[in-house]
Design a protein around this ligand. Structure first.
Ligand code: CO8
Length: 260
């Protein structure tokens, strides 16, 4: 168990459970939360025993955004530094080799919606609410929201949400493709764990290469993207686990993947 002030971390059955734990401030992201998220996801990325991670929040919020009380005190240059720090954390989560599932339990606003978008898959409670309310505060999304939101929901819907600051219910977020599944609140974590275990049971190098191919490919033109896919495919095909997966199929037995 690692010792953190603003997050909880537990490692169980090959899954890393990360819970943002500032319920009195709706789990708002300040420098400490960002530092601790960076630390824990660097660890998750490097820990051989961890095959998948789940990110959630304590209480009524997933994350209600960057800490407004803290932002109010910052000079312009400090605001820029905070943006760059936050963007690095989002990139670290997005680019870690391990699959990361956001279990969005409540408010996912501003930096909270951006954090959920940096994860690979978003499961949402029926009580979750999504939005990018930054223009209410005289700022714009800065933890990647102006870039990841259009990639998920399209340019027009991203502009609609960011310019209007409208808050979306989970069922609406599902309809526009901002989340992958909506669940009753009491089932959210169990479903996230079930999904994490399902993914963790697959060939780890194949999961890693699939994530890499999708993440890199969406920012490339189609010819470059399929060329990149070929390289990622070759990476998986060269693994011992590819031989094991195919042999296990032919022998009608479960595969025993070694992450090699
Ligand atoms: N930052 C700091 N404190 C917060 C935040 C926040 N984002 N959200 C809530 N809190 C605090 C409240 O101030 C309150 O504190 P206190 O009890 O001391 O008064 C406590 O959490 C509980 O909040 P509420 O009383 O407001 O609870 P409600 O249930 O009435 O409302 C809401 C919950 C709807 C979530 C409401 O709190 C809210 O609208 N929060 C702000 C949401 C928001 O605007 N988020 C976007 C922030 S901007 C951002 O994320 C930009 C990312 C880029 C970073 C840029 C860095 C320079």
């Amino acid at each position: 168990m690692r010792d953190y002030k603003t997050i909880l971390f537990e490692e169980r059955d090959g899954i890393g459970f990360v819970t943002i734990n500032r319920p009195d401030a709706m789990n708002a992201l300040n420098g400490d939360v960002l530092d601790e998220l960076a630390d824990v996801f660097a660890y998750i990325g490097s820990a051989d025993a961890i095959r998948a991670a789940i990110l959630t929040g304590t209480g009524k919020a997933f994350v209600a955004g960057a800490d407004i009380a803290h932002m109010r005190t910052l000079a312009a240059a400090e605001g820029r530094d905070l943006i760059i720090k936050g963007q690095r954390v989002m990139a670290l989560i997005e680019n870690t080799d391990k699959p990361v599932i956001a279990a969005v339990n409540g408010y996912a606003l501003g930096g909270g919606c951006e954090l959920a978008m940096a994860c690979d898959i978003r499961l949402a409670s029926e009580k979750a609410l999504f939005g990018q309310p930054e223009v209410n505060l005289g700022i714009i999304p800065g933890f990647g929201g102006t870039q990841r939101l259009p990639r998920l929901v399209g340019k027009g819907m991203a502009k609609y949400l960011i310019m209007s600051a409208e808050t979306l219910r989970a069922d609406e977020a599902l309809r526009i493709g901002l989340v992958e599944k909506v669940l009753p609140p009491e089932q959210l974590l169990a479903e996230a764990e079930k999904l994490a275990k399902t993914i963790a049971s697959k060939a780890p190098i194949a999961v890693k290469m699939a994530k890499l191919a999708i993440n890199k490919g969406v920012s490339l033109d189609l010819d470059s993207a399929v060329a990149f896919e070929a390289e990622a495919f070759a990476g998986a095909f060269a693994s011992d686990d590819r031989v094991e997966g195919m042999q296990a199929f032919l022998e009608k037995r479960p595969a025993d993947f070694k992450n090699k």
